[in-house]
Design a protein around this ligand. Structure first.
Ligand code: GDP
Length: 355
């Protein structure tokens, strides 16, 4: 039972739906700048408070990062057991559900702890309130103890992550020392990257209509015409406004991209916000120092597009775009040809391949 505040720029309900919550309503407010105490204005706070009671809401989700103080003040204002959750917490929740490997689990655990550290106060002042103020001061001490424990755990996790990464790097060096094109799929979350990977390789990579279906770098061999092959890597889906803290947590996935022969940018062309999503991905890419790597844009889900004819005409006009449907298989041969074309200058093709 969640009530959401969204900023109107994104279809945020979709995400909350994906983590298995029932949406009771949503609202937004235009302010020149967020209220430092409560993020939204006091009128909006009252309005949401009434809605919470009327609709029996348990959680209010904000589509932005809230400061620890804002979180605390909002929970106090809404009263009772209403939980306030911000965008970072929601994304962490999704990451947590999707962490498939040891490295991903470590990354998520680390991000979660770093998120919790400045917000610990909230839990303890809550307990003090419940005890009617009798334990005043106790909470303060407990926060210090908890912070120390958390910091120690963060240190342990960082060391463990370092050693896991070193191992992966050794493995990667072995792999890339063989001259073979490495093609990375990048794109907005839900664009169809893992579906495309499955389609081309028959690999059993999780594909479902959820966010972040592929949290870890997943690499497969793709065999094409004339016995030629390339390695295809799936990456975690990009989202708009990814909190900086989470970008750092997924560095391993992003690092992988910088060692590719080609970046394939998969776009869900049937999505109403396709253009914004392309821009979001381009923005992230521009921060990653991958400008020297050739790129190929793929417009996926053409089978689902409103006006497929118009899209196909547009693609004909442009040289850097291939139109496909990862679901029906349409356009995949052209896609493989385009990949081969793009990588043949930058890489030596070999017929025998890494194990
Ligand atoms: P990813 O997050 O980019 O890896 O996206 P997925 O591969 O998990 O795909 C997200 C959803 O879109 C899944 O439900 C897929 O079945 C669906 N999908 C992927 N490609 C196509 C396509 O070409 N056409 C249609 N209609 N659906 C697709």
């Amino acid at each position: 039972n969640r009530f959401q505040v969204r900023n109107g720029r994104e279809v945020f309900e979709e995400k909350a739906y994906l983590v298995g919550v029932e949406r009771k309503g949503s609202t937004y407010q235009k302010l020149s700048s967020p209220n430092p105490r409560t993020y939204i204005g006091s009128g909006k706070v009252s309005e949401i408070k009434s809605a919470i009671h009327a609709l029996d809401v348990e959680t209010v989700i904000f589509d932005d990062e809230l400061s620890p103080g804002q979180l605390r003040n909002l929970e106090k204002a809404f009263g009772g057991d209403v939980r306030v959750c911000d965008r970072t917490a929601l994304i962490l929740d999704i990451f947590n559900q999707r962490a498939a490997t040891h490295e991903a689990a470590l990354q998520v655990a680390l991000a979660l702890m770093e998120y919790q550290l400045p917000r610990l106060t909230r839990m303890w002042t809550h307990l003090e309130r419940q005890a009617g103020g009798q334990v005043k001061g106790m909470g303060e001490k407990q926060i210090e103890v908890d912070k120390r424990i958390l910091r120690t755990q963060i240190g342990v996790l960082k060391k463990e992550l370092d050693s896991v990464r070193k191992h992966r790097k050794q493995y990667r060096n072995r792999r890339t020392s063989v001259p073979v094109p490495v093609v990375s799929l990048v794109g907005y979350t839900n664009a169809g990257k893992s579906t495309l990977l499955n389609r081309l390789t028959g690999a059993n990579v999780l594909a479902e209509d959820r966010l972040f279906a592929t949290l870890d770098p997943t690499t497969r061999r793709v065999q094409i015409k004339n016995g030629k092959e390339f390695l295809l890597t799936d990456t975690v889906g990009f989202i708009q406004k990814l909190p900086t803290m989470l970008v750092a947590a997924f560095r391993a996935t992003l690092e992988e991209i910088s060692e590719s022969s080609l970046l394939v940018h998969v776009v869900d062309i049937s999505h109403p916000l396709a253009e914004q999503q392309i821009e979001a991905v381009d923005n992230v890419l521009s921060e990653l120092d991958v400008s020297s790597i050739p790129k190929l844009m793929v417009w996926n889900k053409v089978d689902k597009a409103k006006d497929p004819q118009k899209i196909k005409l547009e693609v004909e006009r442009r040289e850097d775009v291939v139109c496909i449907s990862a679901l029906t298989g349409e356009g995949l041969e052209e896609f493989c040809d385009a990949v081969q074309d793009k990588v043949k200058d930058s890489m030596v093709w070999v017929e025998a391949l890494v194990p």
